[in-house]
Design a protein around this ligand. Structure first.
Ligand code: NI
Length: 165
């Protein structure tokens, strides 16, 4: 939620965003100068997306930019999902998908298969590993003949050592 201070600042300074510090939450205040037209477009966009405050929208943009930078580097550790939509009776799509998944079993943590209707199946795989390997695996899967739609989504999370008690 937007704090009273933040709201006042945004109302008073058209074209200037100030993110105030909330010392309780240990956040830092920054000021951003921005053209009014650009700010209006930004406000329209974040309103459509359902953000209640500019600060949260800006934080999300920054987090996404940082995550994308990590995904761009092939040696980064990443985690994500691959969505695969196909018709199970068309050609040898099921066999081919199974073959690729077994070949790369160490990169696939989990898979879910949903029979959408009489013809179509949706398979969702949770994948992890080096970004380059994950992208290659996704490309191999998505390019299988018979895949109607294939998409890799990477998340900002990562699989690391499990340290909980
Ligand atoms: Ni199915």
């Amino acid at each position: 939620m937007q704090s009273a201070n933040e709201k006042r600042t945004e109302n008073v300074l058209a074209g200037h965003v100030t993110i105030r510090t909330n010392y309780m939450d240990k956040v830092t205040r920054i000021g951003v100068s921005i053209e009014p037209e650009l700010l209006k477009e930004f406000d329209d966009l974040i309103r459509k997306k359902g953000y209640l405050a500019r600060s949260e929208a800006l934080r999300d943009l920054i987090r996404n930019a940082l995550a994308e930078e990590i995904w761009r580097i092939d040696t980064s550790d990443v985690v994500g999902t691959v969505n695969l939509l196909y018709e199970h009776e068309k050609g040898s799509v099921r066999e081919k998908l199974m073959e690729i998944q077994h070949l790369h079993h160490s990169q696939i943590s989990s898979s879910m298969h949903v029979h959408l209707n009489a013809e179509q199946c949706l398979e969702v795989l949770v994948v992890s590993g080096k970004a380059g390997d994950v992208k290659r695996l996704s490309d191999d899967l998505c390019s299988v003949r018979g895949i109607l739609q294939g998409k890799l989504t990477m998340t900002a999370g990562s699989i690391g050592p499990h340290l909980h008690e």
